[in-house]
Design a protein around this ligand. Structure first.
Ligand code: PMP
Length: 436
């Protein structure tokens, strides 16, 4: 194949310059196996970012790879206008993991798309059709995708194009205790952040809410874990005003937070619609929206079509991924290694003044770097430097947050104790170097 320099040159010339690369010298990866990646020189990396939280059970996991290969060799594409077994099998498997809505109706009807952005578009479309309302409320600091409505719901300045229309979409205050947008302290704050949505619905919008969408733990926003009662307060207010509640499980779903299959279950809430992508297919272009029958039926109001949605190869990947999650104790591992990492990172916080906050659940972790623990001034340069130095030592980390100062640790969920020790030791060494 072409050399790294050739790839770089071709990319510079022919790929849209907006297609982002990490690192000062972009990393080229040529092979993956479970939690590891290899570059073109044969150097091995522990992948603690999983292709942006997508390779859930491991790179080229044999069971998933075999399912994809077999299906691609038998029948790659049909569209959903013909019957195919894989879509039925996978939809049924998904339904088996779904909770019920507050009225006890199961969330058992799935619409398949190719990306999380599309899944969120469909969720909003169904909410608007179902309620007859237009208004959408999302959370500040949230990320929901790059298509028109999804970008409208996204609340990162850096991810929003000013030219993108945002009609009918408003944002309320997230539960981000480390940088409380209201300047308050939990629990004496009475979780005022969650109550803000009442004000948003009643005074900042026409008051006809179709839906609320929120990530149970904000991902791109920097593993922002809300106070435990945040979502139940928000969902109650949304429902009192006639809106549906959408849980964006694109990053937190499929066992990543450990104990629960869906990250919203950590907060004891019941959404009306669940959107998912990324880890659902261990890297296959696959996403989905699941809702109750009545909400799903709104999609029959007109003809809506998605050419690649429900693609047999993606369905095979999704089914195989869920089988691995069940068969290999993936959730238990996510919980155990997550606890180990939280413990280790918290110890590192005692040692390194650069670490302002350690947070997360399971293998959805964030380490926020600050220049000064009192002022909490974001240490964005140190975060960039930590990324570089970790890469040199064979560790791939992610980065996010409004200021790009939160390290995101979201490895394939097959990561071992030894990997976790290596990750902690590497961050420890790099932070010592950076501080000097
Ligand atoms: N929702 C969340 C929570 C996400 O993190 C992302 C992607 N970062 C999306 C939606 C959009 O998914 P996609 O990039 O597949 O369109």
């Amino acid at each position: 194949g072409p050399s790294r320099d050739e790839v770089l040159a071709l990319r510079h010339q022919y790929v849209n310059p907006g297609v982002l690369t990490y690192y000062r010298e972009p990393l080229m990866v040529v092979e993956g196996n479970m939690q590891y990646l290899w570059d073109e020189t044969g150097k091995r990396y522990l992948d603690a970012f999983a292709g942006i939280v997508t390779v859930s059970v491991g790179h080229c996991h044999p069971h998933v790879a075999q399912a994809v290969k077999a299906q691609a060799g038998r029948l790659q594409h049909t569209t959903t206008i013909y019957l195919h077994p894989t879509i039925a099998e996978f939809a049924a498997k998904l339904a088996s993991k779904m909770p019920a809505n507050p009225d006890g109706l199961p969330l058992d009807r799935t619409y398949f798309t190719n990306s999380g952005s599309e899944a969120n578009e469909i969720a909003v479309l169904m909410s608007r059709e179902f309620t007859g309302n237009q208004d959408v409320v999302a959370l500040r600091n949230g990320y929901h995708g790059g298509t028109t409505t999804a970008m409208g719901m996204t609340a990162h300045g850096t991810w929003k194009f000013p030219s993108n229309p945002q009609s009918g979409i408003t944002h309320s205050v997230p539960g981000y205790c480390y940088r409380c947008p209201l300047g308050l302290q939990y629990p004496s704050c009475d979780v005022k952040c969650a109550h803000d949505i009442k004000n948003v619905i009643e005074y900042q919008t026409p008051g006809q809410i179709a839906c609320f969408i929120g990530e149970p733990i904000q991902g791109v926003g920097g593993a922002v874990v809300p106070p435990p009662e945040f979502f139940s307060i928000v969902y109650d207010i949304v429902r009192q005003h006639g809106g549906l509640c959408i849980a964006d499980e694109v990053q937190g779903g499929f066992g990543r937070t450990g104990k629960h299959y869906w990250s919203h279950q950590n907060w004891g809430v019941r959404p009306d619609i669940i959107t998912m992508a990324k880890g659902i297919g261990n890297g296959a272009p696959l996403a989905a929206v699941t809702s109750t029958g009545p909400v799903a039926s709104t999609m029959t109001n007109r003809i809506h079509f998605n050419t690649f949605g429900g693609n047999p190869v993606s369905m095979a990947a999704g089914l195989a991924t869920m089988e691995v999650i069940d068969a290999e104790g993936i959730q238990e591992n996510a919980a155990a290694i997550g606890d180990l990492l939280i413990g280790g990172l918290t110890e590192l916080k005692d040692k390194h003044a650069l670490i302002g906050d350690v947070r997360g659940l399971g293998l959805m972790l964030g380490v926020e770097l600050v220049k000064d623990r009192k002022t909490k001034e974001p240490a964005s340069d140190a975060a960039a430097e930590l990324m570089e130095r970790a890469k040199q030592r064979g560790l791939i980390l992610g980065k996010g947050g409004l200021h790009g100062n939160t390290m995101r640790i979201k490895p394939p969920m097959c990561i071992t104790k030894d990997d976790a020790q290596f990750l902690l030791a590497t961050i420890d060494q790099c932070l010592s170097e950076i501080a000097n």
